[in-house]
Ligand binder design. Structure first.
Ligand code: SAM
Length: 473
């Protein structure tokens, strides 16, 4: 099998021999400071790195070079994303599952997890509760079960979610994290108006993958690995990839993750919209200690740093699997989206009394309310953003990348972030959070480069105070 990023075949674009050769090359050059400096000089141009170059940086332990990597990551984050952090929340629709994923409490063999699927009334309650916190962007999550949770159910749920308007609330972007499916089904999801299609590879190492997914449709490594190709063929041009760190060696995974990004770029002209960096967590019947590739917070931060440097145009997502402290550490290194006040159980936002009936997918480490997380971000100088404008304006795929590449984000994302933050402050924030936020908006408005855009933003902010909603560039 030969490595070929243009190939539609998983074994060729995520080529095992190429990954092993990459890791060997990285080991051999771990102390080659001349090469490392050349790679860092290339990274300095903010155009990204190859999987081979990134793998060398990952093993480099020279203190000074690591400091340079972190500074570079901070600068790229500032240049492309500024100090904005986009918020989203996961929404679990169903935990029925016919797969055997050994790290996931939803696996078909579980006797203790309570199976649950939201009916329409329950879905309305969940979405209303999410709107009442201030969320505008969701990521739908389901287990895989064509009988109990067919695609039609997911499509109907998307329609319902978009139709609910409670007080000033609205869900304006629904991302989807559901099992690999057919081109036809991806077309139907696209037509339903989804934002990003997210699917984690879990592990790129085929041998481990097969052990970790012993049965069910997800056990087909090729079908799973080629899912993003089918999604793109189905017209979805914003796709989100990720690895579940802890399952296999992080060095193997990172090289493969970048190969996946290179493949999408080579084959479709557009790389992944986002990369997620979940780490395995305790869950009902799941002990993370049973997986011996766990990574500590320092390595985790280094992974975020390298991802930021290697793929500057790709958003990085961090979830509430991570603690407040860990989130604080990696935010400046490149994170652009985070979940807040998440519940990983089916029906968890509206129901109070589910303590004795476990339906959660995993434990969350950050249990704060959205108001608290928003205030914490603002106190550190970040702008919590509830923006969903790009996808609603048709700026997806390569058109979004163009916005990044031409650094027009300042005239577009900055005002959109401030206007959506203003809505949050007016409709959902506590008085303390509102006070912090108003000050921040006043300061951040000055950073909008184009005078006309700034003027319109000021007018819109005033209109939001007067009760109008949903402005965007
Ligand atoms: N069932 C779908 C699939 O096959 O990809 C949807 C995704 S599932 C609801 C969301 C993700 O949670 C999985 O892709 C997996 O990476 C992650 N996950 C599963 N078990 C986990 C655990 N114990 N700790 C942390 N993340 C976990």
């Amino acid at each position: 099998m030969k490595y070929d990023p243009h190939s539609p075949r998983a074994s060729e674009f995520i080529n095992h021999e190429e990954i092993l050769a990459t890791l060997k090359y990285a080991d051999e050059n771990k102390n080659n400071l001349e090469l490392i400096d050349q790679i860092l000089d290339k990274a300095d141009q903010e155009k990204g790195l190859t999987h081979k170059e990134a793998s060398v940086l990952l093993v480099c332990d020279d203190k000074e070079r690591n400091e340079r990597m972190r500074n570079l990551a901070r600068r790229i984050k500032q240049d492309y994303y500024g100090n904005r952090i986009v918020f989203f929340a996961p929404l679990y629709l169903s935990n029925y599952c016919i797969n055997g994923c050994v790290y996931c409490p939803y696996h078909a063999g579980s006797k203790t997890i309570k199976r649950k699927k939201l009916n329409k009334e329950e879905l309305v309650r969940e979405v209303t509760a999410l709107q009442d916190m201030g969320h505008k962007r969701l990521a739908i999550e389901t287990g895989e079960d064509p009988v109990n949770c067919p695609l039609e159910y997911v499509l109907e749920s998307i329609d319902t979610i978009y139709s609910i308007k409670h007080k000033n609330g609205a869900i304006r972007r629904v991302n989807i994290n559901i099992a690999a499916t057919t081109v036809e089904n991806y077309k139907r999801l696209k037509d339903a108006g989804i934002g990003t299609y997210i699917l984690f590879q879990e592990t790129y190492n085929k041998e481990s993958y097969q052990k970790l997914h012993p049965f069910g449709p997800k056990s087909n490594y090729e079908y799973h690995t080629e899912a993003m190709d089918r999604a793109m063929e189905g017209g979805i041009d914003d796709v989100g990839i990720g690895v579940l760190f802890g399952l296999d060696s992080y060095r193997y995974e990172l090289a493969a993750l970048f190969m996946h990004a290179e493949h999408l770029e080579a084959r479709f002209g557009v790389g992944p919209h986002t990369i997620s960096v979940p780490r395995i967590k305790r869950a009902e019947g799941i002990d993370p200690g049973a997986f011996d590739n766990s990574i500590d917070d320092d390595i985790f931060a280094k992974l975020v740093t390298i991802i930021r440097i290697a793929v500057p145009y790709t958003g990085i997502i961090i979830s509430t699997r991570e603690s407040k402290e860990c989130r604080e550490k990696v935010l400046p290194l490149g994170v652009s989206q985070m979940s807040g006040a998440s519940k990983t159980s089916v029906g968890g936002y509206a129901e109070e009394d589910i303590e004795n009936e476990p339906t959660e997918q995993f434990d969350v480490s950050d249990n704060r309310t959205l108001d608290e997380v928003a205030r914490w971000l603002m106190e550190m100088g970040y702008i919590p953003s509830f923006c969903t404008a790009c996808y609603r304006e048709g700026r997806t795929g390569d058109r979004f990348m163009q916005l990044c590449k031409t650094k027009q984000i300042g005239n577009c994302c900055q005002p959109n972030a401030l206007m959506t933050l203003k809505e949050f402050l007016m409709d959902y924030a506590s008085p303390e959070t509102k006070a912090v936020g108003e000050k921040l908006i006043e300061k951040e408005i000055e950073k909008i480069p184009h005078p006309k855009v700034k003027e319109i933003t000021l007018q819109n902010l005033k209109a939001i105070e007067d009760g109008k909603r949903d402005f965007r560039f």
